[in-house]
Design a protein around this ligand. Structure first.
Ligand SMILES: [Zn+2]
Ligand SMILES: [Zn+2]
Length: 287
């Protein structure tokens, strides 16, 4: 999996930072988390193919996370897209989108599925063969969902030598064992998958927590994840402002990552009051 930060600025864009959006690329499919203004330009700059967008997840309805979606959808329509597209987000998203579609007489040839979640929602929003996506509410000034993209565990490595040793004829029986089924050999011996498979290989996970102040729920969502993408609007110099506006400091994000035992922390959503050098200083303090 590859993570591309398309926009890392909070509230307003700067000359060097776009508004919130992050692409997660897995097996060629693109999963877009938030879609601030300018996201479609950033996708082109980063070489992320918009035609491969599988789903868009909007965590909350503040403009800096949302206002780019209409332009992007309009472009997908002009591209002649045929593949279906999912858009997930909190209650109110459908009203916002439909108002724009109606006003601009925008009708799609592809199937656009909008799924809204009520305030306080927690649960599985997408469940596919190789991965799933869970959501739970964060702690922001308006209802905001955090997302966990989780690859399902893959079966352990098949031990060919062991299989031959046990006298299993190669062919479809191998496949059955790899799919977790017991098999019976011609001589009546029963072979269970654990006799030829290594330990299951855990899937990777990416957790997206924007926008939120420090919350135990972020820790729950990020439990032992491969990568935690967490907002860090402010440095410790503005901790009070962070609390007032229900945002996080670099220290809050580091605490969530530590308590959740996340393998990696990716900081984003920086206030325009900080330049690149100041951000690096804040980040280094918690590295
Ligand atoms: Zn924001
Ligand atoms: Zn916000």
């Amino acid at each position: 999996m590859k993570i591309v930060l398309l926009g890392t600025s909070s509230a307003v864009p700067t000359l060097t930072r776009g508004l919130s959006s992050t692409a997660l690329i897995r097996e060629g499919d693109v999963f877009l988390f938030d879609c601030g203004e300018g996201t479609q330009v950033q996708l082109m700059r980063a070489g992320v193919r918009r035609s491969r967008i599988h789903s868009i997840f909007i965590g909350h309805l503040h403009g800096d996370h949302l206002y780019g979606i209409i332009g992007l959808l309009s472009t997908l329509h002009l591209d002649g897209r045929e593949a279906p597209l999912n858009v997930f987000g909190p209650e109110g998203l459908r009203v916002f989108l439909n108002a724009a579609f109606r006003t601009s007489d925008l009708q799609f040839a592809f199937r656009l599925t909008i799924r809204e979640f009520p305030r306080g929602y927690r649960g599985r929003v997408l469940d596919e063969e190789e991965f799933y996506v869970d959501a739970l509410p964060l702690d922001h000034s308006i209802f905001c969902l955090g997302w966990r993209f989780q690859e399902k565990a893959k079966p352990g490595v098949f031990n060919l030598e062991k299989a031959e040793e046990l006298g299993i004829p190669s062919g479809p029986l191998y496949g059955k064992l790899q799919h977790g089924e017991n098999i019976t050999l011609a001589d009546g011996h029963v072979i269970t998958p654990d006799m030829v498979l290594g330990a299951p290989r855990p899937g990777k996970s990416v957790v997206y927590c924007l926008d939120t102040q420090f919350s135990e729920r972020s820790i729950e969502l990020a439990d032992k994840c491969t990568a935690l993408i967490h907002e860090t609007t402010f440095g410790t110099d503005a901790a009070e402002m962070a609390r007032e506006r229900k945002h996080s400091t670099m220290e809050d994000a580091a605490r969530v990552a530590r308590e959740a035992a996340a393998e990696n922390l990716i900081a984003t959503h920086f206030s325009s009051r900080y330049d690149g050098r100041q951000l690096a200083r804040h980040a280094n303090a918690f590295a």
